[in-house]
Design a binder for this molecule. Structure first.
Ligand SMILES: [Zn+2]
Length: 359
């Protein structure tokens, strides 16, 4: 008997960090991180500082392969690699192109590395722009000027000076794109709304918004699993006026899985809610990446148009994917790259990365 299948357009992950794919299994921090800022210092800011070109390419290639395996054909990426800034966005774009996944990327500009190369956990709004921030802006400018698909990235208001926020907003306007920025993810960034409100526009991508207490223009990306993992609290997306989208914040790109988590968390918050709300957020992701509505994903399941089915059915997988009229996944496996080779190369780079992190 033939498998019951159904076709949809490609899934979009509205907030991802492809540089973090090889973080799994990284050496544990030397202390137990007690709160959000310590998690940033002990895990993510240690990791991004250890990334070089080879690590980045294979981290992104593995992330892109894993996206195809779950039917995601477009990734909206937010990137940071402070020791490998120039050219980093092109490395990400090449990895995704090689696998056959659409990418929108941005360098996450920040002033947290001062001009002596020292890390600061927060940055005084009145301080001058650092050379590292300037280089991040230049990387966004270079990539977008060369026709790259992307936005201008900002790490978060609490690690940026006012001068840097203004420069990012101006650069984004020059290119006719929005700014992709973490907003009020933890208590440390609770002033983000006030810091950004003079600049934010409807095409900005605001990520998290857990502690956002002022209205702010832009689309708001909800990342429920990441918020739970960092113990920062619930973003209450259903109470916001913004258009809501769904992201994974670097924890893979399985959007059906993220939607199931988002639904469970939403129901815990308000038992009157239905999966239609969350699948509406997922549908909003489509507008971020032009072309994705032409992608064709054939799934091993036949209720793809029913949020009530999808919210309670795990293991739904694509069997075939077509991106830009090219078959990029067939019989459940990528066609443009050899999956075993990508896994082997990624494992080599993962070993290098983890060694760098332990010294
Ligand atoms: Zn993020």
């Amino acid at each position: 008997m033939a498998l019951a299948t159904m076709q949809t357009t490609g899934m979009v992950c509205a907030h991802h960090h492809l540089y973090s794919t090889l973080a799994r299994g990284m050496p544990a921090p030397s202390r137990h991180s007690e709160h959000f800022t310590e998690i940033l210092e002990d895990v993510w800011w240690r990791l991004d500082a250890a990334i070089d070109e080879d690590i980045l390419y294979w981290s992104a290639a593995l992330g892109a392969v894993e996206a195809l395996l779950v039917g995601t054909t477009a990734i909206v990426d937010h990137h940071e690699s402070p020791r490998f800034i120039e050219g980093s966005l092109s490395v990400l774009a090449k990895a995704c192109r090689d696998v056959g996944v659409r990418l929108n990327t941005s360098y996450g500009v920040t002033d947290r590395w001062d001009d002596e190369g020292k890390l600061r956990s927060t940055v005084d709004p009145g301080s001058p722009m650092t050379s590292a921030a300037r280089r991040g802006l230049d990387e966004c400018d270079r990539f977008l000027s060369a026709g790259g698909e992307g936005m201008v990235g900002l790490h978060a208001a609490f690690t940026c000076s006012d001068e840097t926020i203004a420069a990012a907003a101006e650069l984004a306007a020059k290119h006719g794109v929005g700014v992709h920025v973490h907003v009020a993810e933890g208590p440390v960034d609770k002033d983000a709304g006030r810091r950004l409100e003079a600049w934010a526009k409807d095409d900005w991508l605001l990520v998290h918004g857990v502690f956002l207490d002022t209205p702010l223009r832009g689309r708001l990306v909800h990342n429920p699993r990441s918020n739970m993992n960092n113990s920062v609290g619930y973003a209450r997306p259903s109470t916001r006026a913004n258009t809501i989208l769904l992201g994974t914040d670097g924890i893979g790109s399985d959007m059906l899985d993220e939607a199931r988590v988002a639904y469970a968390r939403l129901r815990e918050f308000d038992v009157r809610e239905s999966p239609d709300t969350v699948w509406g957020w997922l549908a909003n992701n489509q507008a971020l990446v032009p072309g994705v509505t032409r992608d064709v994903v054939t799934w091993n399941y036949d209720h793809m148009d029913s949020p009530w089915h999808l919210a309670f059915t795990t293991g739904v997988r694509p069997v075939r994917i077509q991106v830009n009229d090219e078959v990029v996944l067939d019989n459940g496996l990528p066609t443009k790259v050899e999956i075993t080779e990508v896994r082997a190369k990624a494992a080599e780079q993962s070993k290098r990365l983890h060694e760098r992190l332990s010294t």
